[in-house]
Design a protein around this ligand. Structure first.
Ligand SMILES: [Cu+2]
Length: 286
């Protein structure tokens, strides 16, 4: 998807597994190159992991299009070809389990074309959503775009609600909300038996997400301190989705702190610029 940001185009990519139709909220973007008639336009560069209320987790980059004989920073009208390299998902960075185990091991290149016309740019600009004045200043989020609006069948870009996770939910408030830290919600579930942990050991699953839209928050360094100690492993699993996990055996009334060692290393679109940054630890008790 392309939207205009000032005098450049903002390219946004969502990457999912065709086999399971699941979004892969993992930093895999390599260099992106844009061509017009086989000649490179703009600089090649690597899109960043980002979150936006409408698009959820994606990769994005702004491109200016000044080229020989064309001084504007928007492209000339015409057809452009885009090449985006996707890097392997390395198990030492993000653990791959279930149907994802052993996959995404090679660098691949995705290519597609787009037409740029002034008319298309105006259509995109018209889609910009503005909140009523009465709603400004109160906490909320814009609706995530659905597949239909994006013009194709897209996988879900949001995570399931807490009650859809297996295991025993921990740290829920009396109203049934998951623990939170600087606006992010952390679904914490204890599975006393899981294929993601060694035999006879339980598993602690933590799924951080944005409030309202349940957009996954990747690239966090998370650890636990207390009856269980250690850093959680960022994991993608076809059944349990994107989460952070650690093998753990939690007895009755076991308590620990969930500590955010570094907040999500993602760029933020409008509405998220000041959220999920200074994240105090959460005290959890079974
Ligand atoms: Cu973006």
């Amino acid at each position: 998807m392309i939207t205009s940001a000032g005098q450049s185009l903002h390219f946004m990519f969502m990457i999912w597994d065709a086999q399971t139709e699941q979004l892969l909220p993992v930093n895999v973007a390599g260099p992106m190159r844009v061509y017009n008639d086989e000649s490179l336009v703009g600089r090649p560069g690597r899109p960043w992991p980002m979150i936006s209320q409408g698009m959820g987790f994606h990769f994005g980059d702004n491109r200016q299009f000044a080229s020989d004989g064309h001084s504007g920073s928007l492209p000339e009208e015409g057809t452009y070809e885009v090449e985006l390299q996707l890097r392997p998902i390395n198990d030492s960075v993000v653990r791959k389990t279930g149907q994802f185990a052993g996959r995404f091991e090679e660098t691949v290149t995705a290519t597609f074309e787009f037409e740029f016309t002034q008319e298309k740019l105006e259509t995109v600009n018209e889609r910009t959503e503005t909140f009523d004045e009465q709603r400004r200043g109160s906490a909320a989020a814009a609706e995530p775009m659905s597949g239909g609006k994006m013009g194709r069948n897209m996988p879900a870009m949001v995570l399931p609600p807490a009650e859809e996770y297996p295991g025993e939910l921990l740290g829920q408030s009396v109203d049934g909300n998951p623990p939170n830290s600087h606006d992010a919600e952390f679904v914490v579930s204890y599975l006393d038996d899981s294929r993601l942990a060694p035999d006879d050991t339980g598993y602690l699953l933590v799924s951080p997400r944005t409030p309202y839209n349940r957009i996954p928050l990747p690239e966090i360094t998370l650890s636990v301190e207390g009856v269980v100690d250690g850093e959680l492993t960022e994991t993608i699993d076809d059944e349990l989705g994107h989460h952070y996990g650690i093998p753990a055996d939690l007895g009755e009334s076991a308590s620990f702190d969930l500590v955010v060692d570094s907040p999500p290393q993602v760029a933020r679109h409008r509405g998220y610029q000041t959220a999920f940054l200074n994240m105090p630890p959460m005290s959890i008790e079974r």
